[in-house]
Design a protein around this ligand. Structure first.
Ligand code: UT7
Length: 349
């Protein structure tokens, strides 16, 4: 079996910058609160009627493909990770495929939220290792801004999230010491509603196991969004921030250590940790817990907010463009988020 390596990487963020002060014009929040609790200074928002999750993904993919030294026609499989798809169905992978003119090859959508890129990387790794595909395009892309609650009620969620896309091309390598060394995936569905977008959905009012999950009297068997849900504004994401925070600071270090120990390595061996950009305070906690120096961790949430499935490839690409990820470097990626899902990947660049 061969190893899989990242042969090309790219990212794209929309031009429109939205600062914390811009948000204070529509909701009761402050630059001070947002920076102190999350580290975020600004984020990017896609342009309505012009951009979408799949179009951002295409832009990032085009850069990754060019840098991999191939053309779109050489891509033999697509994996698209997002929680903000253009359509309820079909997923974004086929929409990206159509825009890139590479119809016919397999196109897979995955729904693992903040862990989507790491999950996608693991899937791509298996396909490349076994020789099934030679140029797998993996995209993480999000447009959160079209679906957030910009009233004060939604401020705890809305101030955190931003739009953007990142992409990589995975290719086989004969060098068994480089490329993806291992990936580690986890989930715990007990926490499914702690960070969730419940409606529209097809739950039909069924009780899915948590106290707070509502609408047991709903009469519609396969309804997507009922009138009552509409009245209750149940079409926005909801998050129990502190529950997410608490679990994140536990699972990030755990899954990073799992990756290192699997490969007989230690934290001092890590050249660059690319954490999912959930909250600067979470990343700082993880850094401290693992005893990592500032130059061993890449943070860019200050500029982009939390871009969910796109945050790791955007951060990785920025670090690589800045010359902070070089041949032979040990790069660790780690993610935690809705599901709860979490995971890590270790790469020898
Ligand atoms: O990828 C995974 C995605 N999610 C995360 O990683 C989220 C993890 N959690 C967090 O990042 C934090 O929990 C938040 C940043 C979301 C919230 O910070 P917190 O320190 O946990 O604040 P809190 O929810 O306990 O709220 C404290 C106060 C509340 O007011 P009262 O009840 O004390 O009067 C909130 O209503 O802050 C208020 N608040 C805000 N105030 C100004 C909540 N959001 C805002 C806001 N602006 N945007």
């Amino acid at each position: 079996m061969k190893n899989a390596k990242i042969a090309g990487i790219g990212y794209y963020v929309p031009e429109k910058i939205v600062t914390n002060n811009d948000l204070t014009k529509v909701m009761d929040t402050s630059d001070e609160w947002i920076q102190e609790r999350t580290g975020i200074k600004e984020r990017r928002y896609a342009e309505k009627h012009k951009e979408s999750t799949s179009t951002l993904g295409v832009k990032a993919a085009e850069i990754a493909i060019e840098r991999a030294g191939i053309t779109a026609a050489d891509v033999d499989f697509i994996i698209f990770a997002t929680l903000s798809p253009d359509y309820y169905f079909p997923g974004c992978a086929v929409l990206l495929q159509r825009q890139m003119g590479i119809q016919g090859i397999g196109a897979l959508d995955i729904r693992n939220q903040c862990s989507g890129f790491v999950y996608g990387l693991s899937i791509a790794d298996q396909f490349v290792k076994t020789g099934m595909y030679k140029n797998v395009l993996l995209v993480g892309s999000e447009v959160h801004s079209f679906g957030l609650d910009f009233s004060t009620k939604g401020r705890n969620v809305t101030v955190i999230f931003g739009d953007g896309a990142g992409a990589v091309v995975l290719q086989p390598t004969d060098d068994k010491k480089s490329g993806i060394l291992s990936t580690h995936l986890h989930a715990d569905g007990d926490y499914a509603e702690k960070l969730a977008y419940l409606n529209p959905g097809c739950h039909g009012g069924v009780h899915l196991g948590t106290e707070e999950f509502g609408y047991p009297d709903q009469e519609f068997g396969g309804a997507y969004l009922t009138e009552k849900m509409w009245q209750d504004e149940q079409y926005y994401p909801n998050m129990e921030g502190q529950a997410v925070f608490k679990m994140a600071v536990q699972k990030f270090p755990e899954v990073i250590m799992e990756a290192l120990q699997t490969n007989g390595l230690e934290t001092k061996d890590v050249d660059m940790l690319i954490p999912h950009q959930a909250n600067l305070r979470i990343s700082q906690f993880v850094q401290k817990r693992l005893g990592l120096r500032d130059d061993q961790v890449w943070n860019n949430i200050q500029k982009y907010g939390n871009t969910t499935a796109a945050s790791i490839p955007i951060a990785l690409c920025e670090a690589w463009e800045a010359g902070k990820v070089k041949d032979g470097d040990l790069v660790c990626m780690a993610a935690f988020g809705s599901g709860f899902t979490w995971g890590s990947a270790l790469i020898r660049w």
